[in-house]
Design a protein around this ligand. Structure first.
Ligand code: SF4
Length: 339
């Protein structure tokens, strides 16, 4: 819902200022239409339905996995595709993975989204409407910006959306913004008063390998990125999550775990190892044995390391799969892996 358009429309209709709050309260609580907003006059509900689309997005396809994960392929009003995922965990968590851009201008080699043509930055309302779509299905309590796009290249919209997420039930402390290492954005995020979490997609400690996997490393070298993450930690006193996708035979040896441990301060970083979900970009995931050995080596060096639970693999909603097929097949949603 475009809240700027809503606000303008309400004032053109001569409505009192509290109407905006009323409409937003219903929407954030999961209402499915203006018609449900029983404390608004009927004529106003009808006028709003004509003037302000209830969502800035249309849902083109929704895929349901056997583990309860739902992946939605959506389109903006100007036809740009994007994807968002709801993950349900056994411990009761309901976590959203949202996109900040349609496609992505960066070209990480392992990432399905990076192979798509970049569309544009999403507006704050287009980001919020992804969350609102799932809020209409269930209560939600966590959000990660790990769908399509590099969130810190679209930080104004990301922050505007984050300001509203608590109204849906997602606190700032349960919201994580992921980046490949866009330094100006990390510093801005550190300066923002919201206690958002920062996640860094690292994927290789060796500079040459990292540049090969993530060309952005040439622009913002890892040493400078880690210095920015450490400034974030100093300012926020919040540990930084390191995301490390496990690519078979590429970045998953015990020696590479040692290289990683050598550059990460265990007081500042926690490592999240991500089993790679093969897409059509020609890379393979590591074996469970290689992942275990890698984790054990990190822990031997005092780093806290976990292996991410894979959700939604049977519908290509797992990390790294977002958007892989969205453009090649209108019917298939393939979600790419965000930053
Ligand atoms: S990993 Fe993130 S930054 Fe890299 S291409 Fe994919 S969406 Fe873009």
């Amino acid at each position: 819902m475009d809240l700027e358009l809503l606000s303008r429309t309400l004032s053109e209709l001569g409505e009192p200022s509290y109407r905006l709050r009323q409409v937003w309260e219903w929407t954030a609580a999961g209402a499915g239409s203006y018609a449900e907003m029983s404390n608004l006059p009927r004529a106003l509900r009808e006028a709003l339905a004509q003037a302000v689309p209830f969502s800035t997005l249309t849902v083109e396809h929704e895929a349901h996995a056997s583990d309860g994960t739902i992946k939605a392929l959506m389109r903006t009003a100007d036809g740009r595709p994007l994807e968002a995922v709801l993950m349900r965990y056994r411990d009761g968590r309901r976590s959203l993975c949202v996109s900040s851009q349609s496609g992505c201008p960066l070209t990480c080699r392992f990432c399905a989204t990076g192979q798509m043509r970049f569309g544009r930055n999403l507006t704050a309302w287009e980001i919020l409407d992804q969350a609102l779509h799932f809020r209409r299905i269930t209560e939600v309590d966590h959000c990660v910006f790990m769908g399509m796009g590099e969130p810190l290249m679209n930080l104004d919209s990301v922050l505007e959306a984050c300001r509203r997420l608590p109204d849906l039930g997602i606190t700032h402390r349960r919201t994580a913004v992921s980046t490949v290492g866009w330094i100006p954005g990390i510093d801005r995020l550190a300066a923002d008063p919201m206690p958002l979490r920062l996640a860094l997609s690292l994927h290789a400690a060796n500079p040459a390998l990292r540049s090969e996997l993530m060309p952005v490393n040439d622009r913002y070298p890892l040493g400078d990125v880690l210095a920015a993450c450490e400034r974030f930690y100093e300012r926020k006193r919040r540990m930084v999550f390191v995301e490390y996708v496990m690519l078979g035979g590429v970045n998953d040896s015990v020696g590479q775990a040692r290289e990683l441990a050598a550059i990460l301060d265990p007081r500042i970083y926690k490592v999240n190892l991500i089993p790679y979900n093969p897409t059509d970009v020609g890379m393979q995931g590591s074996t469970p044995r290689a992942i275990d050995a890698f984790r054990e080596e990190l822990e031997r060096h005092g780093l806290s390391a976990t292996v991410r639970l894979t959700r939604g693999r049977d519908i290509a909603a797992a990390c790294g799969q977002l958007a892989a097929g969205a453009l090649s097949s209108e019917a298939a949603i393939a979600v790419g892996a965000g930053s």
